[in-house]
Design a protein around this ligand. Structure first.
Ligand code: BDR
Ligand code: CA
Length: 313
């Protein structure tokens, strides 16, 4: 089967970086058409730079990286340096990128690519706030029907929230964008905290990255070491959740995940629950299903896949 053509929309972020590395290590299954950066974990100037750093780490200086929106559609940007450090990629020492940023705006790249490729052949993989995707959908509504699938990391149901008691970070930062995306009609698969909080980088799993003894393997271990200290303290867990690689792992091995096709709405009004993904997991409403909301994963299978693929870089 031909590899799936994808655009990765991202705000790196150590876990975004691992998600990108997994995709770039898997050319038989995934063809990355381009990487679009958005403001999120850190401001856009850093996320677009970090995306290029990650491509260079993977030896992919040919990859095209586009800068997108520097702020949510109608709100002030909220960032997460408390988790990811001031660069967004704190942990390893990584050189500044040499490869150039593309001149085209990320939103134009998303629109142009979806219009140029045959309908139903391009998958969008958002790993950060959904601003770029929503702006593209608002500006070019015709692209919604051309999207093969949107596979995104965001939201939560049973795990409720990580940035507020009821909201997950990516959705909270730009709930207006999330509302547009969840209402766009394209097939959507969601990797919420319910799944990603099971993708815990325990010490043996991180040791396996380090034991690869390659520049990429050691860098992944160092990034995860940094990222972990916050979540371990917060959750008292054995390791930090590796959120965003769930998206790219799903493209390679969907059998690792299970979930339900349900209705998911986004709270955009209430101050108390802003950015909540109101997921009708128990199907107690007659609202039409609009997303496949994942709930479980085979964590050992996920880390075996990740380690095997990182070893290829
Ligand atoms: C999400 O927020 C970011 O901090 C991570 O990169 C991930 O995309 C988890 O809530
Ligand atoms: Ca992210």
């Amino acid at each position: 089967m031909a590899p799936r053509k994808i655009i990765i929309d991202t705000d790196p972020g150590q876990d975004d970086a691992v998600a990108i590395l997994l995709a770039l290590a898997s050319p038989d299954e995934i063809e990355v058409l381009g990487i679009t950066a958005v403001a999120g974990n850190v401001p856009l100037a850093l996320t677009q730079k970090n995306a290029r750093i990650v491509c260079e780490l993977a030896g992919r200086t040919d990859m095209r990286v586009f800068a997108g929106c520097d702020a949510p559609i109608s709100r002030k940007l909220v960032t997460a340096e408390h988790v990811h450090g001031k660069t967004g990629l704190d942990g390893p020492v990584l050189p500044d990128p040499v490869m150039a940023l593309q001149d085209t705006h990320a939103v134009d790249f998303i629109i142009d690519t979806l219009r140029a490729e045959p309908p139903g052949t391009v998958t969008l993989c958002p790993l950060g706030p959904l601003t770029n995707i929503a702006v593209a959908l608002e500006r070019a509504p015709d692209i919604a029907g051309r999207i093969e699938e949107i596979v995104l990391m965001g939201g939560a149901y049973f795990e409720v929230g990580n940035i507020t008691p009821t909201a997950e970070f990516n959705i909270y930062v730009d709930p207006d964008a999330a509302k547009i995306v969840f209402g766009c009609g394209a097939p959507i698969t969601v990797m919420p905290l319910d799944v990603t909080h099971k993708a815990l980088v325990t010490k043996p799993r991180n040791d396996a990255f380090r034991a690869l003894d390659t520049p990429v393997g050691v860098t992944v271990a160092e990034m995860t070491d940094f990222f972990e200290r916050f979540d371990k303290e917060k959750y008292g867990s054995d390791g930090a959740p590796l959120h965003d690689p769930c998206v790219t792992a799903y493209l390679i091995a969907p059998e690792l995940f299970s979930g339900r096709h349900i209705n998911v709405e986004i709270e955009t009004v209430s101050d108390l629950t802003l950015g909540m993904t109101v997921a009708d997991w128990w199907r107690v409403t007659d609202r039409a299903p609009n997303a496949t909301f994942m709930g479980d994963l085979d964590a050992d299978g996920f880390f075996t896949l990740l380690t095997d693929r990182i070893a290829r870089l």
